[in-house]
Design a protein around this ligand. Structure first.
Ligand code: NAI
Length: 328
């Protein structure tokens, strides 16, 4: 049987953690034949709650769960980790400015980036879920890079929830099956500025853009619905999206590790300069994944409307980077 994979998960006592951990342990993320060891990080005051989650994980008697550790020390949590899901983050409190949110999280992600840079497996695949996830991933990558051990290309941010939200809206609009839709991309930041782009999208060979054939719907309904979906969930549920966020994290890592079979998946990855995105900025792009590596889909045509949208979401990321530059 296979050697277990070490999976570090931060914010293990939180709501996303409560949806995520059981699915990782059941084999939905890395495969039904792949044992896992869970390395769970949370704050000192959450350790008791983490223990409770571990008791429930035990009670599932998952055959693939080869071990668990709980800790409040990032250096322990990321030790030899081959997959790291950075979910825990500082939420926005009442009266907290965007700028404060950025810098409070920057502190967390410099500490965790340093721990990953020193102690994780050199090929660790990192997915940042905790918001602002693109910039948090950027901070962790920049900090880890200083130790010269881990591959900076493997620091990614989660755009997959936006991607899945967009797929669902398009399936409803066109009356096609979700599973028939391919070649969707969500460009940019995981924020309401993201640009979900279905110009290349196909459903059983038909152009989804032609099936929709409604630019006003795209601009006035589709993009705002996908962009503000997180806020709509909070409004309805009184809590932010958790099960769907955990589901997207599973999708992101599963496709990265096991391959996307030629399909496009949206990942927030450090830019290689394509599409005019400055190098290193963590930006949602279409990727094809194979043999544990992602490749950015290149040379797609960018029309005027798309360029405008892509620039708006890029400018937000440049501003975020500017806001944390003193910490790097
Ligand atoms: P939550 O508040 O239920 O749980 C967060 C957990 O992280 C708590 O247990 C907390 O103690 C822990 N934590 C805080 N600081 C930590 C640190 N420095 N180290 C380790 N653990 C720490 O929050 P929830 O709902 O699980 O969401 C987590 C994050 O995911 C939030 O930042 C949220 O905005 C983000 N999110 C991102 C999405 C995306 O698409 N990228 C979608 C939905 C949520």
């Amino acid at each position: 049987s296979k050697a277990p994979v070490r999976v570090a998960v931060t914010g293990a006592a939180g709501q996303i953690g409560y949806s995520l951990l059981f699915r990782i342990a059941s084999g939905e993320m890395l495969g039904k034949d792949q044992p896992v060891i869970l390395q769970l990080l949370d704050l000192p005051q959450a350790q008791k709650a983490v223990k409770g989650v571990m008791m429930e994980l035990e009670d599932c008697a998952f055959p693939l769960l080869a071990g668990m550790v709980a800790t409040d020390d990032p250096n322990v949590a990321f030790k030899d980790a081959q997959v790291a899901l950075l979910v825990g983050a500082r939420p926005r409190g009442p009266g907290m400015e965007r700028k404060d949110l950025l810098t409070e999280n920057a502190k967390i992600f410099t500490v965790q980036g340093a721990a990953i840079g020193q102690y994780a497996d050199p090929n660790v695949k990192v997915l940042v879920v905790g918001n602002p996830c693109n910039t948090n991933a950027y901070i962790a990558m920049k900090t880890a890079e200083k130790f010269g051990r881990v591959n900076p290309k493997n620091f990614t941010g989660m755009l997959r929830l936006d991607h899945n939200r967009a797929l669902s809206q398009l399936a409803a609009k066109t009356g096609r099956e979700v599973s028939s839709l391919t070649k969707l991309v969500v460009w940019g930041n995981h924020s309401p500025t993201m640009y979900a782009d279905y110009r290349f999208c196909l459903s059983n060979g038909d152009s989804v853009k032609s099936l929709v054939n409604d630019d006003a719907w795209n601009r006035d309904v589709f993009l705002p619905t996908v962009g503000k979906r997180g806020a709509a969930i909070i409004e309805a549920r009184g809590l932010s999206s958790a099960a769907s966020a955990a589901n997207a994290a599973i999708d992101h890592i599963r496709d990265w590790v096991l391959g996307s079979n030629g399909e496009w998946v949206t990942m927030g990855v450090p830019s290689d300069g394509s599409y005019g995105i400055p190098e290193g900025i963590i930006y949602g792009v279409p990727c094809v994944t194979e043999n544990g590596e992602y490749k950015v889909v290149k040379d797609l045509e960018i029309d005027e409307f798309s360029r405008e949208r892509m620039t708006v979401t890029l400018n937000e990321l440049l501003e975020e980077r500017e806001g944390v530059k003193d910490l790097l």
